[in-house]
Design a protein around this ligand. Structure first.
Ligand code: VGL
Ligand code: ZN
Length: 214
């Protein structure tokens, strides 16, 4: 039996980081990343409110391996706020790699939220930066508009989607992961860790086919 999940006025869809650099040929390509685009386009039409996010780093950002002599991508390093994975340069402000995927077709999206713009702090979550204290403002936006439940889709499942889902529950929102609308990087067990964490937080995982409206 297929559960059917009806979308209502308390629901907002968060479309996380569906950007060229996370898709095929991009600087930090997520395997199959571009496959989420048609799925997200379809489910977006079920939601009155869709919020898009963009990873949006200044050049020479502290999360780039290239900013630390002798460091290579996917090594880790201690930054002021704790351990940080170092990435290839990606989603640099104003570059084509930072653009949303051209086939993403959500003209009714109501907010485009950028994150990761502080030179010294990465931001996986769309709610709090990686120091776990600096807010992006999204929780306040959602509360002021009286949303109660957020649905997550996008890239990468084991980084920005994971941390966003965790923070959404901690901020008091009901949180649902639309699993087939996500793809993972899966570095060093990050996907298994994501599943464990979301299960522990009781974040349900659903299939896009179950989502409907009207
Ligand atoms: C992301 C790694 C670095 C993501 C962003 O969107 O999941 N991952 N920056
Ligand atoms: Zn990034």
């Amino acid at each position: 039996m297929h559960k059917k999940l009806k979308i209502g006025e308390c629901d907002a869809l968060l479309v996380v980081d569906v950007q060229n650099d996370f898709c095929c040929g991009g600087a930090l390509a997520v395997p199959g990343g571009e496959e989420v685009v048609p799925i997200i386009n379809r489910i977006a039409s079920c939601f009155e409110t869709v919020i898009l996010t963009q990873d949006w780093h200044p050049k020479n950002h502290s999360c780039f391996a290239s900013s630390h002599p002798g460091k290579r991508p996917f090594e880790t390093m201690n930054l002021a706020y704790g351990e940080q994975i170092l990435w290839p340069d990606h989603c640099v402000q104003g570059t084509p790699g930072a653009d949303l995927h051209a086939a993403l077709d959500i003209p009714g999206a109501q907010l485009l939220l950028r994150k990761g713009y502080h030179q010294e702090i990465d931001s996986y979550s769309v709610f709090f930066e990686n120091d776990r204290r600096t807010p992006t403002g999204l929780a306040g936006y959602l509360r002021e508009r009286r949303f109660r439940r957020v649905w997550l889709a996008g890239l990468a499942l084991d980084f920005c989607v994971r941390y966003s889902a965790e923070d959404a529950t901690r901020c008091g929102f009901k949180t649902v992961l639309i699993e087939d609308a996500c793809r993972a990087l899966n570095t060093e067990g990050s996907l298994a860790a994501t599943r464990q964490s979301l299960t522990a937080l009781d974040v349900p995982s659903v299939c896009s086919k179950e989502v409907y409206n009207g």
